[in-house]
Design a protein around this ligand. Structure first.
Ligand SMILES: Cc1cc2nc3c(=O)[nH]c(=O)nc-3n(C[C@H](O)[C@H](O)[C@H](O)COP(=O)(O)O)c2cc1C
Length: 417
């Protein structure tokens, strides 16, 4: 029997050995699909991919969007993690959703090779459960976490809300995660890595800000061998007071502690790794200037701009009243503006990863022209499905060509020239 993947009428997934995969989504009914993994090429592959896109839009998404958002989230992450245990599943995912590396869009930065410039933003795979799965659907890198030293349950349910009319999400998860040791255990078991993995680190809710440095140091110590780079998250709106670490002497003291711990681990393991800082969009111009100045002087390798926003401007869905961080389309302009300001202030010398409201190749390209060397998505994956990566890649190739660039690096910061 050929290597293949089925979605069958009774909603079981089957692998080539004919085994049923436990826990398949019960709602997938009356649908028959068959794809030969690793055999689909050229036009045939494109046709199947088109069908997978239609499948997500017409079957997967309506089912997921009827479910409680957090349940749907766990179903995807756990399902992706479990499915990778099946023979041929990873290859099948790559065939259906993978993006072929092309010389115009591959990025080399901080000594790391990124096969594509579009990554998965933090918060979807908080515990590094589905790294193999997310690595197979066309991302050029992914963040795992935010992880904290000790596991914690996060805020009360419900804490994740969809705003479909606004193509947005509001979350107040509160760093629910299993802790650094559990993540280290999982990442240790990964046999091969297809894309760079960034470990996004935070502090426990019960740790006062005066002791926050220790939490970030602990995460770095526990996870140093397993991350290709690290992200210091001081910008989640859902851990009380976390964002005040972005300001004043707290920021310089934290970054100094982080840099020192990264240096100590580099000596222990004989290899140095980049560390970035992820910032919030809800800052005044003065605050941003101060942050960028402090971050630049600290010697960290880059900035991720931005995290979710507290703003509720222009929303139409009733869930706009929910407390938490807003992601998706309404965040797009503000995060691009922040990228522009950082790029200008640093004269393009500090690499930026752009995050916030990217749904289309134009959205990604705007952030690149504003100054981002790489970009990442979260909300668009929920609204558009995994086919979004292929669209972003193809669209970015076209936009580069249209503007006469041969490599993405030529477009970085182009808006300011
Ligand atoms: C449900 C949810 C959980 C998130 N959790 C985290 C997190 O743990 N750490 C973090 O740095 N960002 C987190 N984010 C923010 C995303 O990483 C991203 O920066 C933000 O959503 C903007 O990108 P988007 O508009 O493409 O979603 C989360 C976002 C969402 C929607």
């Amino acid at each position: 029997m050929k290597d293949c993947l089925y979605i069958v009428k009774d909603s079981h997934w089957k692998c080539h050995a004919g085994q049923a995969l436990e826990g398949a989504e019960q709602g997938v009914k009356n649908f028959l699909f068959y794809a030969e993994s690793d055999k689909l090429v050229g036009r045939e592959q494109k046709a199947w991919r088109g069908r997978m896109d239609v499948l997500y839009r017409n079957v997967g998404k309506p089912i997921f969007f009827k479910m409680d958002p957090e349940k749907a989230h766990h179903l995807v992450v756990d399902g992706l993690a479990k499915s990778m245990a099946l023979p041929g599943a990873e290859a099948a995912m790559r065939t259906m959703y993978g993006v072929r590396e092309t010389s115009d869009l591959a990025v080399d930065l901080w000594g790391i090779h990124f096969p594509t410039p579009v990554g998965l933003a933090a918060g979807l795979d908080k515990n590094a459960k589905a790294v193999r799965g997310f690595s197979s659907i066309g991302f050029g890198f992914m963040e795992v976490g935010t992880v904290t030293p000790k596991g914690q349950s996060g805020n009360e349910l419900p804490r994740l809300f969809r705003l479909p009319e606004d193509e947005a999400l509001i979350n107040r998860m509160g760093f629910n995660n299993e802790g650094a040791a559990a993540m280290a255990g999982r990442l240790k078991q990964l046999q091969e890595r297809r894309i760079p993995i960034a470990v996004n680190i935070g502090k426990n809710k019960t740790t006062p800000n005066e002791e926050a440095n220790r939490d970030y140091e602990t995460c770095i110590r526990e996870l140093y061998p397993y991350g290709d780079f690290f992200v210091v998250n001081i910008s989640s709106p859902n851990t009380p007071d976390l964002r005040s670490l972005q300001h004043g002497s707290e920021l310089s003291s934290l970054l100094e502690a982080v840099k020192q711990e990264m240096g100590r681990q580099a000596e222990v393991y004989g290899t140095s790794k980049p560390v970035l800082v992820k910032i919030a969009p809800d800052v005044s111009q003065d605050e941003l200037e101060f942050m960028v100045d402090t971050i630049s002087r600290s010697g960290v390798s880059g900035i991720i701009a931005s995290n979710t926003t507290l703003s509720r401007e222009g929303l139409s869905h009733p869930n706009a009243k929910e407390t938490g961080g807003l992601s998706g389309k309404p965040l797009k302009e503000r995060s691009t503006e922040i990228i522009s300001l950082i790029y200008q202030q640093t004269e393009g010398k500090l690499p930026i990863i752009g995050s916030g409201g990217i749904f289309t190749a134009e959205d990604a390209y705007d952030k690149i022209k504003a100054g981002a060397s790489l970009v990442e998505i979260y909300t668009a994956l929920i609204y558009e499905g995994p086919e979004v990566n292929r669209r972003l890649h193809a669209g970015l190739q076209q936009l580069l060509k249209r503007d006469g660039y041969t490599h993405i690096s030529e477009a970085v910061g182009a808006k300011h020239r």
